[in-house]
Design a protein around this ligand. Structure first.
Ligand code: SF4
Length: 325
Protein backbone atom coordinates (compact mmCIF):
# COMPACT_ATOMS: atom_id res chain seq x y z
CA UNK A 1 0.00 0.00 0.00
CA UNK A 2 1.01 3.61 -0.45
CA UNK A 3 -0.92 6.80 0.26
CA UNK A 4 0.39 10.29 -0.46
CA UNK A 5 -0.01 13.05 2.16
CA UNK A 6 -2.24 14.89 -0.33
CA UNK A 7 -4.59 11.93 -0.78
CA UNK A 8 -4.62 11.24 2.98
CA UNK A 9 -5.54 14.90 3.58
CA UNK A 10 -8.77 14.33 1.64
CA UNK A 11 -9.90 11.53 4.01
CA UNK A 12 -12.44 12.06 6.74
CA UNK A 13 -10.62 10.69 9.83
CA UNK A 14 -13.92 9.99 11.61
CA UNK A 15 -15.72 8.20 8.79
CA UNK A 16 -14.74 4.58 8.07
CA UNK A 17 -16.92 4.74 4.93
CA UNK A 18 -15.13 7.84 3.59
CA UNK A 19 -14.96 7.38 -0.22
CA UNK A 20 -11.31 8.45 -0.33
CA UNK A 21 -10.32 6.15 2.51
CA UNK A 22 -12.10 3.18 0.96
CA UNK A 23 -10.18 3.59 -2.30
CA UNK A 24 -6.76 3.54 -0.64
CA UNK A 25 -6.82 1.84 2.78
CA UNK A 26 -6.70 -1.98 2.66
CA UNK A 27 -9.69 -3.87 4.07
CA UNK A 28 -9.86 -7.42 5.41
CA UNK A 29 -12.52 -8.23 2.79
CA UNK A 30 -9.78 -8.13 0.14
CA UNK A 31 -8.90 -11.63 1.35
CA UNK A 32 -12.32 -12.91 0.26
CA UNK A 33 -12.65 -14.30 -3.26
CA UNK A 34 -16.08 -14.36 -4.93
CA UNK A 35 -17.29 -16.15 -8.09
CA UNK A 36 -15.99 -14.38 -11.20
CA UNK A 37 -12.83 -13.06 -9.51
CA UNK A 38 -9.72 -13.24 -11.69
CA UNK A 39 -6.04 -12.54 -11.07
CA UNK A 40 -5.64 -10.98 -14.55
CA UNK A 41 -9.24 -9.94 -15.41
CA UNK A 42 -8.45 -8.49 -18.84
CA UNK A 43 -6.26 -11.40 -19.92
CA UNK A 44 -3.34 -9.03 -20.44
CA UNK A 45 -0.73 -11.72 -19.97
CA UNK A 46 -2.34 -13.75 -22.78
CA UNK A 47 -2.28 -10.76 -25.12
CA UNK A 48 1.34 -9.77 -24.64
CA UNK A 49 3.40 -9.85 -27.86
CA UNK A 50 6.55 -8.54 -26.08
CA UNK A 51 7.60 -7.91 -22.48
CA UNK A 52 5.78 -4.92 -20.93
CA UNK A 53 3.41 -4.73 -23.94
CA UNK A 54 -0.27 -5.66 -24.30
CA UNK A 55 -2.17 -5.69 -27.59
CA UNK A 56 -5.91 -6.32 -27.57
CA UNK A 57 -6.88 -4.24 -30.64
CA UNK A 58 -5.08 -4.08 -34.01
CA UNK A 59 -4.47 -0.31 -33.98
CA UNK A 60 -3.24 0.29 -30.42
CA UNK A 61 -1.00 -1.13 -27.75
CA UNK A 62 -0.57 -0.68 -24.03
CA UNK A 63 2.99 -0.06 -22.85
CA UNK A 64 3.54 -0.86 -19.17
CA UNK A 65 6.31 1.62 -18.39
CA UNK A 66 6.48 1.13 -14.63
CA UNK A 67 4.91 -0.82 -11.78
CA UNK A 68 4.97 2.13 -9.36
CA UNK A 69 2.06 4.34 -8.31
CA UNK A 70 1.75 7.21 -5.85
CA UNK A 71 -1.29 5.53 -4.25
CA UNK A 72 -2.15 1.86 -4.72
CA UNK A 73 -5.87 1.78 -5.44
CA UNK A 74 -7.69 -1.10 -3.77
CA UNK A 75 -9.69 -1.88 -6.95
CA UNK A 76 -6.70 -1.83 -9.34
CA UNK A 77 -7.07 -4.03 -12.44
CA UNK A 78 -3.31 -4.65 -12.37
CA UNK A 79 -3.04 -5.44 -8.68
CA UNK A 80 -1.22 -8.61 -9.78
CA UNK A 81 1.80 -6.52 -10.82
CA UNK A 82 1.71 -2.99 -9.38
CA UNK A 83 4.33 -2.32 -6.72
CA UNK A 84 5.97 -5.60 -7.58
CA UNK A 85 9.50 -4.28 -7.20
CA UNK A 86 10.70 -3.74 -10.77
CA UNK A 87 10.10 0.02 -10.69
CA UNK A 88 10.31 2.26 -13.74
CA UNK A 89 11.38 0.38 -16.87
CA UNK A 90 14.49 1.69 -18.65
CA UNK A 91 14.43 2.21 -22.41
CA UNK A 92 16.72 -0.82 -22.67
CA UNK A 93 14.10 -2.89 -20.83
CA UNK A 94 11.37 -1.58 -23.15
CA UNK A 95 13.47 -2.17 -26.27
CA UNK A 96 11.68 -5.35 -27.41
CA UNK A 97 8.30 -3.66 -26.95
CA UNK A 98 9.43 -0.55 -28.82
CA UNK A 99 10.84 -2.63 -31.65
CA UNK A 100 7.50 -4.48 -31.93
CA UNK A 101 5.72 -1.11 -32.19
CA UNK A 102 8.21 0.09 -34.83
CA UNK A 103 7.79 -2.96 -37.02
CA UNK A 104 3.97 -3.16 -36.83
CA UNK A 105 2.72 -0.26 -38.92
CA UNK A 106 -0.95 -1.05 -38.22
CA UNK A 107 -0.39 0.30 -34.70
CA UNK A 108 -1.47 3.94 -34.59
CA UNK A 109 -1.62 4.64 -30.88
CA UNK A 110 0.43 3.83 -27.81
CA UNK A 111 -1.19 3.99 -24.39
CA UNK A 112 1.54 4.44 -21.81
CA UNK A 113 0.40 2.99 -18.52
CA UNK A 114 1.70 0.90 -15.66
CA UNK A 115 1.59 1.55 -12.71
CA UNK A 116 1.50 5.30 -13.12
CA UNK A 117 3.91 6.63 -15.76
CA UNK A 118 3.83 10.16 -14.31
CA UNK A 119 5.46 8.84 -11.15
CA UNK A 120 8.58 8.19 -13.26
CA UNK A 121 11.28 10.86 -13.47
CA UNK A 122 10.66 13.68 -15.93
CA UNK A 123 13.86 12.79 -17.82
CA UNK A 124 12.65 9.21 -18.29
CA UNK A 125 9.20 10.35 -19.48
CA UNK A 126 10.81 12.78 -21.95
CA UNK A 127 13.16 10.11 -23.33
CA UNK A 128 10.28 7.66 -23.84
CA UNK A 129 8.09 10.26 -25.57
CA UNK A 130 10.98 11.33 -27.82
CA UNK A 131 11.45 7.72 -28.86
CA UNK A 132 7.72 7.30 -29.60
CA UNK A 133 7.62 10.61 -31.51
CA UNK A 134 10.25 9.20 -33.89
CA UNK A 135 7.95 6.33 -34.94
CA UNK A 136 6.11 7.79 -37.93
CA UNK A 137 3.02 5.56 -37.89
CA UNK A 138 2.26 6.34 -34.24
CA UNK A 139 -0.20 9.20 -34.49
CA UNK A 140 -1.19 9.57 -30.85
CA UNK A 141 0.12 8.74 -27.40
CA UNK A 142 -2.12 8.44 -24.38
CA UNK A 143 -0.78 8.58 -20.84
CA UNK A 144 -2.92 6.87 -18.21
CA UNK A 145 -2.32 8.49 -14.84
CA UNK A 146 -3.84 9.08 -11.43
CA UNK A 147 -1.17 11.67 -10.54
CA UNK A 148 -3.56 14.66 -10.86
CA UNK A 149 -5.75 12.89 -8.25
CA UNK A 150 -3.19 11.46 -5.87
CA UNK A 151 -0.11 13.67 -6.18
CA UNK A 152 -1.24 16.79 -8.06
CA UNK A 153 1.96 18.70 -7.21
CA UNK A 154 3.69 16.36 -9.67
CA UNK A 155 2.00 18.21 -12.57
CA UNK A 156 4.53 21.03 -12.64
CA UNK A 157 5.75 23.19 -15.53
CA UNK A 158 8.78 21.00 -16.18
CA UNK A 159 6.58 17.89 -16.53
CA UNK A 160 4.10 19.72 -18.79
CA UNK A 161 7.02 20.75 -21.04
CA UNK A 162 8.15 17.12 -21.20
CA UNK A 163 4.63 15.98 -22.10
CA UNK A 164 4.65 18.38 -25.06
CA UNK A 165 7.57 16.32 -26.45
CA UNK A 166 4.98 14.28 -28.32
CA UNK A 167 2.87 16.47 -30.62
CA UNK A 168 -0.36 14.49 -30.12
CA UNK A 169 -0.37 13.47 -26.48
CA UNK A 170 -3.57 12.92 -24.52
CA UNK A 171 -3.72 12.55 -20.76
CA UNK A 172 -6.24 10.08 -19.35
CA UNK A 173 -6.92 10.81 -15.69
CA UNK A 174 -8.86 8.75 -13.21
CA UNK A 175 -11.09 10.76 -10.86
CA UNK A 176 -13.70 8.62 -9.11
CA UNK A 177 -15.31 11.01 -6.62
CA UNK A 178 -16.00 14.76 -6.51
CA UNK A 179 -13.96 15.01 -3.27
CA UNK A 180 -10.91 14.23 -5.39
CA UNK A 181 -11.40 17.51 -7.30
CA UNK A 182 -9.53 19.29 -4.50
CA UNK A 183 -7.95 22.74 -5.08
CA UNK A 184 -4.48 21.25 -5.79
CA UNK A 185 -5.97 18.78 -8.29
CA UNK A 186 -7.82 21.61 -10.02
CA UNK A 187 -4.56 23.55 -10.36
CA UNK A 188 -2.92 20.47 -11.90
CA UNK A 189 -5.76 20.05 -14.42
CA UNK A 190 -5.69 23.74 -15.32
CA UNK A 191 -1.94 23.50 -15.90
CA UNK A 192 -2.45 20.66 -18.40
CA UNK A 193 -5.37 22.38 -20.16
CA UNK A 194 -3.53 25.72 -20.34
CA UNK A 195 -0.63 23.95 -22.06
CA UNK A 196 -3.04 22.66 -24.68
CA UNK A 197 -2.85 19.06 -23.50
CA UNK A 198 -6.26 17.36 -23.95
CA UNK A 199 -7.41 15.61 -20.79
CA UNK A 200 -10.07 12.90 -20.54
CA UNK A 201 -11.24 10.97 -17.49
CA UNK A 202 -12.12 7.36 -16.77
CA UNK A 203 -14.19 6.70 -13.66
CA UNK A 204 -14.56 3.25 -12.16
CA UNK A 205 -17.98 2.54 -10.68
CA UNK A 206 -17.40 1.48 -7.07
CA UNK A 207 -19.91 0.19 -4.55
CA UNK A 208 -20.49 2.53 -1.61
CA UNK A 209 -18.02 5.03 -3.09
CA UNK A 210 -19.61 6.62 -6.15
CA UNK A 211 -22.63 4.46 -7.07
CA UNK A 212 -25.18 7.26 -6.61
CA UNK A 213 -26.49 9.48 -9.43
CA UNK A 214 -25.94 12.68 -7.41
CA UNK A 215 -22.28 11.79 -6.75
CA UNK A 216 -21.56 10.96 -10.38
CA UNK A 217 -23.41 14.06 -11.56
CA UNK A 218 -21.28 16.27 -9.27
CA UNK A 219 -18.11 14.51 -10.44
CA UNK A 220 -18.86 14.80 -14.16
CA UNK A 221 -19.99 18.43 -13.88
CA UNK A 222 -16.85 19.21 -11.86
CA UNK A 223 -14.60 17.58 -14.45
CA UNK A 224 -16.15 19.53 -17.33
CA UNK A 225 -15.69 22.74 -15.31
CA UNK A 226 -11.96 21.87 -15.15
CA UNK A 227 -11.94 21.29 -18.94
CA UNK A 228 -11.74 17.51 -18.57
CA UNK A 229 -14.01 15.36 -20.71
CA UNK A 230 -15.64 12.44 -18.83
CA UNK A 231 -14.82 9.61 -21.23
CA UNK A 232 -15.72 6.29 -19.65
CA UNK A 233 -17.67 5.13 -16.64
CA UNK A 234 -16.21 1.65 -16.25
CA UNK A 235 -17.89 -1.33 -14.68
CA UNK A 236 -15.26 -2.43 -12.13
CA UNK A 237 -13.14 -5.28 -13.47
CA UNK A 238 -13.52 -8.57 -11.57
CA UNK A 239 -10.14 -8.32 -9.89
CA UNK A 240 -9.47 -10.96 -7.25
CA UNK A 241 -10.45 -9.66 -3.80
CA UNK A 242 -12.54 -6.69 -4.99
CA UNK A 243 -16.03 -8.22 -4.85
CA UNK A 244 -16.97 -5.88 -1.98
CA UNK A 245 -16.18 -2.86 -4.20
CA UNK A 246 -18.10 -3.98 -7.29
CA UNK A 247 -21.72 -3.19 -8.21
CA UNK A 248 -24.10 -5.44 -10.18
CA UNK A 249 -24.14 -4.46 -13.87
CA UNK A 250 -27.78 -3.39 -13.52
CA UNK A 251 -26.73 -0.60 -11.12
CA UNK A 252 -24.59 1.05 -13.80
CA UNK A 253 -27.43 0.83 -16.32
CA UNK A 254 -29.83 2.46 -13.83
CA UNK A 255 -27.32 5.22 -13.12
CA UNK A 256 -26.87 5.94 -16.83
CA UNK A 257 -30.65 6.11 -17.23
CA UNK A 258 -30.81 8.60 -14.35
CA UNK A 259 -28.02 10.76 -15.80
CA UNK A 260 -29.20 10.72 -19.42
CA UNK A 261 -30.97 14.01 -20.08
CA UNK A 262 -29.77 15.40 -16.74
CA UNK A 263 -26.24 15.97 -18.07
CA UNK A 264 -25.20 17.41 -21.41
CA UNK A 265 -23.40 15.22 -23.93
CA UNK A 266 -19.95 16.54 -23.03
CA UNK A 267 -20.47 15.65 -19.37
CA UNK A 268 -21.94 12.19 -19.90
CA UNK A 269 -19.41 9.38 -20.30
CA UNK A 270 -20.01 6.06 -22.00
CA UNK A 271 -20.72 3.20 -19.58
CA UNK A 272 -18.58 0.23 -20.63
CA UNK A 273 -17.75 -3.26 -19.51
CA UNK A 274 -14.22 -4.40 -20.30
CA UNK A 275 -15.07 -8.02 -20.95
CA UNK A 276 -13.24 -10.62 -18.85
CA UNK A 277 -10.47 -12.38 -20.73
CA UNK A 278 -9.51 -9.32 -22.76
CA UNK A 279 -12.18 -9.61 -25.49
CA UNK A 280 -12.63 -5.82 -25.63
CA UNK A 281 -14.91 -3.12 -24.25
CA UNK A 282 -18.68 -3.30 -24.69
CA UNK A 283 -20.82 -0.18 -24.20
CA UNK A 284 -23.90 -0.88 -22.07
CA UNK A 285 -26.83 1.40 -21.39
CA UNK A 286 -30.55 1.71 -20.73
CA UNK A 287 -32.77 0.11 -23.38
CA UNK A 288 -33.73 2.95 -25.72
CA UNK A 289 -34.72 0.94 -28.81
CA UNK A 290 -38.26 -0.35 -28.13
CA UNK A 291 -39.32 -1.81 -31.50
CA UNK A 292 -38.28 -1.82 -35.14
CA UNK A 293 -40.39 -2.84 -38.10
CA UNK A 294 -40.53 -1.87 -41.78
CA UNK A 295 -38.51 1.29 -41.47
CA UNK A 296 -40.33 2.44 -38.31
CA UNK A 297 -38.28 2.52 -35.13
CA UNK A 298 -39.79 3.21 -31.73
CA UNK A 299 -37.34 4.92 -29.39
CA UNK A 300 -37.66 5.64 -25.67
CA UNK A 301 -36.53 9.14 -24.65
CA UNK A 302 -34.92 10.03 -21.31
CA UNK A 303 -38.42 11.11 -20.12
CA UNK A 304 -39.77 7.63 -20.85
CA UNK A 305 -41.85 8.76 -23.85
CA UNK A 306 -41.99 6.48 -26.88
CA UNK A 307 -41.33 8.27 -30.17
CA UNK A 308 -41.41 6.78 -33.69
CA UNK A 309 -38.61 7.57 -36.11
CA UNK A 310 -39.41 6.84 -39.79
CA UNK A 311 -36.58 5.86 -42.15
CA UNK A 312 -36.39 7.56 -45.57
CA UNK A 313 -37.69 5.41 -48.48
CA UNK A 314 -35.13 3.01 -49.88
CA UNK A 315 -33.80 3.51 -53.39
CA UNK A 316 -31.12 5.66 -54.98
CA UNK A 317 -30.40 8.90 -53.12
CA UNK A 318 -30.40 12.31 -54.88
CA UNK A 319 -26.65 12.24 -55.65
CA UNK A 320 -26.87 8.76 -57.14
CA UNK A 321 -29.96 9.69 -59.23
CA UNK A 322 -28.22 12.82 -60.53
CA UNK A 323 -25.20 10.75 -61.56
CA UNK A 324 -27.42 8.29 -63.46
CA UNK A 325 -29.34 10.98 -65.38
S1 SF4 B 1 -2.89 4.41 -10.06
FE1 SF4 B 1 -3.74 3.07 -11.65
S2 SF4 B 1 -2.25 1.42 -11.87
FE2 SF4 B 1 -1.80 2.46 -9.93
S3 SF4 B 1 -2.92 1.29 -8.38
FE3 SF4 B 1 -4.25 2.97 -9.03
S4 SF4 B 1 -5.52 2.10 -10.67
FE4 SF4 B 1 -3.74 0.72 -10.39
Amino acid sequence: MSITPHYASLMDPDDPACPIRRQAVPHAREAVEVPGDLRDPLGEELHSPAPELVQRYPDRVLLLATDRCAVYCRFCTRSRMVGDGGGARSLAKLEAALRYIETNTAIREVIVSGGDPLVMSTARIRALLERLARIEHILTVRIGTRAPVTIPQRIDDELCDALRTHPALWVMTHFNHPKELAPAARVALARLADRGIPVMNQTVLLRGINDEAAILEALFRGLVRERVRPYYLLQADPVRGTGHLRTPLQRGIELMAALQGRLSGIALPKFVVDTPGGRGKVPVGPQTLVAREGGRTTLRTFRGEEVVYIDPPLGPGPIESARRS
